[in-house]
Design a protein around this ligand. Sequence first.
Ligand SMILES: *[C@@H]1O[C@H](CO)[C@@H](O)[C@H](O)[C@H]1NC(C)=O
Ligand SMILES: *[C@@H]1O[C@H](CO)[C@@H](O)[C@H](O)[C@H]1NC(C)=O
Length: 187
Amino acid sequence: MASAAITFKILLLSALFAAVLVNSYRFEVGDERGWTKPTGKDPMSYNQWAGRNRFHIGDTVYFKYQNDSVLVVTSADYLNCNTSNPISKFEDGETVFQFDHSGFFYFISGQADHCKAGQKIIIRVMHPSEVESPEPAPSPQATGGDGGGWDSSNWEPLGFNSTTKLSVVSYLMTVLAGVFVVLYLFM
Ligand SMILES: *[C@@H]1O[C@H](CO)[C@@H](O)[C@H](O)[C@H]1NC(C)=O
Ligand SMILES: *[C@@H]1O[C@H](CO)[C@@H](O)[C@H](O)[C@H]1NC(C)=O
């Protein structure tokens, strides 16, 4: 039965990897401009930049800056550029922040005058129900511990319909194939 337990753990890990890796994407805040005090000549504001992107749970935003910082704040502190009580503060110059839930995230510069000049951004992370598909695949069931069958119908109801999603499918299939190999070795 030890091998069944190990097999189960491998299944679980593979499913987790698939769920996390398939969708996550890293956004560079402000593109090549990075996280800087607006000059007034910038082609778009940070919030215009945010509006052009779709953010999902698990995605990351990358802030690149010098002599500055990134504060995660409440909506009230965002509006007032209040830097005195941030939820989180980063000042390492290269900050990667991962969205762990859906909803609104508020970022401002740690320098209040930069914030007031427009170095602030609201990012809305989509709720999983807004994301058309795929949901993380239903975890396949190994029947019993003794050579379990795979219910291939689990993989069919996913509504894939575009090329990006095809690459997701091929990734999932790769993971699935890997799991089969491991299963075979343990049986
Ligand atoms: C950051 O501060 C250092 C030292 O004060 C200065 O030499 C440098 O030019 C500053 N960099 C930027 C991008 O403002
Ligand atoms: C900034 O936030 C702190 C703590 O949340 C609060 O005490 C202070 O009054 C705020 N300042 C302004 C200008 O809103």
